[in-house]
Design a protein around this ligand. Structure first.
Ligand code: DGY
Length: 315
């Protein structure tokens, strides 16, 4: 029996490449002379996609009449039009759980870097200021006694919450619904949360529903001692409103691992001393990225062997 055909629009880690090549007939359009711009007619029989960041919309799906499954590398799948997939009966999978601890660790690291201005302090040392100008200026903020408002208390949000509690922070949260069994104070509105806490931690997924939910009004509600951390998706924050709020003291500081138009980061944000900026490294360790890659492969293998996916996205 011939092997199912899988198409991988962009190169992925060896664990994905080798895993797919061992079990499937793999199409790698990115190796073509045109960089894979045109998906060739020979790919028409493709039954599965292994995707890293590629925008999969209705027009893309229409190229593959036999497509059954889209296996996404990443827990966030805002690159995929899940509704268009659903309408065509196409399964969508992502890579939850295996990255939870890594992303939560990065979130707490970014929070501490931002509150205690650690990257600026390191630059101060490396630039030779310590011996010349003396000690790095005292930071206005401390971690102690802060109240953390988590926006999106899913698996990663909960892992961040338990770490934050260990550091002595109080935790509140906002989401679509209050969660049964969760004892952290719940705020039905984002504005209510922002008015109550002094630190916002964004773990919200991207997509239309969350686009620019952090705007000028929410930043004003967070206030001049406020700190914003974004570990979810850049589109959740209105970047221009944030630049404005950081420039004029509406909030104290921000730590960002994600941006609206990655890998583009606005010059105005780069120039701000009260912004800590990371290049989307939340899950970026070898072991976690390998675990995510293995799950991309395992979802496809499971689908074609048993008709069931391991981690279908929750709709
Ligand atoms: C995810 O899994 O969605 C992360 O953002 C990937 O880095």
């Amino acid at each position: 029996m011939s092997k199912p055909e899988i198409l991988m629009p962009k190169a992925m880690r060896d664990i994905v490449l080798n895993g797919l090549e061992a079990r499937f007939t793999l199409h790698k359009p990115y190796e073509a002379a045109d960089g894979g711009e045109a998906i060739s007619a020979s790919s028409a029989g493709v039954r599965g996609l292994a995707v890293l960041g590629t925008r999969i919309d209705a027009a893309y799906l229409d190229k593959f009449p036999y497509l059954e499954i889209v296996s996404n590398f990443g827990v966030g799948y805002d690159n995929i039009d899940a509704e268009a997939c659903g309408a065509r009966g196409i399964m969508v999978t992502n890579t939850p759980d295996v990255l939870t601890e890594e992303v939560a660790d990065t979130a707490i690291g970014l929070l501490i870097m931002t509150v205690r201005e650690l990257s600026a302090a390191e630059r101060w040392l490396r630039d030779g200021n310590w011996s010349g100008k003396g000690p790095f200026p005292l930071t206005k903020a401390s971690l102690k006694d802060r109240t953390l408002g988590i926006v999106g208390l899913g698996r990663i949000g909960k892992a961040i919450a338990s770490r934050a509690e260990a550091f002595g922070l109080k935790v509140h949260y906002h989401g679509r619904n209050q969660q049964a069994g969760v004892t952290y104070p719940y705020h039905a509105t984002l504005k209510g949360l922002a008015e109550t806490v002094d630190t916002l931690m964004l773990v919200a997924p991207g997509g239309d529903e969350t686009r620019h939910m952090i705007n000028a009004e929410i930043l004003k509600a967070l206030g001049p001692t406020g700190i914003l951390i974004n570990i979810g998706r850049g589109t959740v924050v209105d970047e221009l409103a944030l630049i404005d709020a950081l420039s004029n003291g509406t909030i104290h500081a921000a730590g960002l691992d994600v941006f609206e138009n990655e890998p583009h980061v606005p010059e105005a944000l780069m120039a701000l001393p009260n912004a800590v900026l990371l290049p989307h490294v939340g899950s970026a360790s070898v072991s976690t990225r390998d675990a995510m890659g293995q799950l991309v492969v395992d979802n496809l293998v499971s689908w074609f062997e048993t008709g069931k996916a391991i981690t279908p996205v929750a709709e």
